[in-house]
Design a protein around this ligand. Sequence first.
Ligand code: ATP
Ligand code: FE
Length: 356
Amino acid sequence: TLVLGVETSCDDTAAGVIRRRPDGACEILADVVWRQYDRHAPYGGVVPEIAARSHVERVDQVIVHALEKSGHIPADLDAVAATAGPGLIGGVMVGLTAAKAIALAHDKPLIPVNHLEGHALSARLTEAAPFPYLLLLISGGHTQLIAVAGVGRYRRLGSTIDDAAGEAFDKTAKLLGLGQPGGPRIESAAVGGRASRFRLPAPLARREGCDFSFSGLKTAVRLAAEEIGTPTGQDVADLAAAFQATAAAHLAARTGRAMDMVEADFGADPRLVVAGGVAANCAIKAALKELADRRGWRLIVPPPKYCTDNGAMIAWAGAERLAAGLVPSLAEALAFAPRARWPLAPPPPGRAHGGG
Ligand code: ATP
Ligand code: FE
């Protein structure tokens, strides 16, 4: 099956074309991403109105380019998939509407995809990652541990009680004057830093379960920077390294607790899958690798370009839904309204907050 995927939920305008082979393997035929960094940079963060306008300006070109690269025309497609949420509503509307138009014009099934499901299944784009697996989703807006039993079968074990991991990298980079995008800037700055110089508190050390917290860590970095006064390049490198090491240790510690929760059901070859933009971070990957090796788990992390937002993962989620028979009628799909909020799995019982 051949699927076009459109992604416009944040500040990347992206389209991808993939083929799902009968054996379930994926071939990525095209993956085009137009990043809007430059347009948001002057404001120090993503401006929703600018994002929406930029998606309108480029979405057609990006889709046409992806189709050309794949060597296909719309008539060849088996389905069109688009992110329908969660995300910045103006942007989601642009991509979803473009996909609706293509599906309607060419009479193809339309698959509204949950962006988080795109991330959740992204490991299967490039590797055999059989179900079930434990998913650590670490992106700009979400930080969650989810037991993935199959396509559309997600159980949330824990999530952040304040900032998302990527958000913490972005905010910390900003307060250290490193600019955006924060994650990669912190990672490069940390290369020349000594993490051991600052002792930052480990978040939620005494709390049961596998929730996360990052805002205290960010504040600890701010206080340490303020104590220095005017940090030198070396101070910033040391602070970045300390932040990154503490964040990595926190992610690994909480993931270890989630492993305890599911291990009994996961059989002899348990798997940990990491997804979302923060999964591009090498220090975090190393901490998770150490955890997985120690526990006898297999660690699966997609290549960095499929960790951050892209169209191929949305096309793939669409193909997986198609294969699982989880596709609405065209009339239902055309009536599907974009969603700013759309949890992939409900929070565990007794917990109020739904985002994370
Ligand atoms: P969501 O998927 O939750 O809606 P998003 O789509 O904006 O959020 P992604 O594109 O998955 O998030 O990831 C972007 C985030 O990943 C940003 O916060 C960015 O700082 C972070 N990030 C990217 N590369 C790295 C890195 N090398 N180290 C740490 N963080 C990184
Ligand atoms: Fe994302």
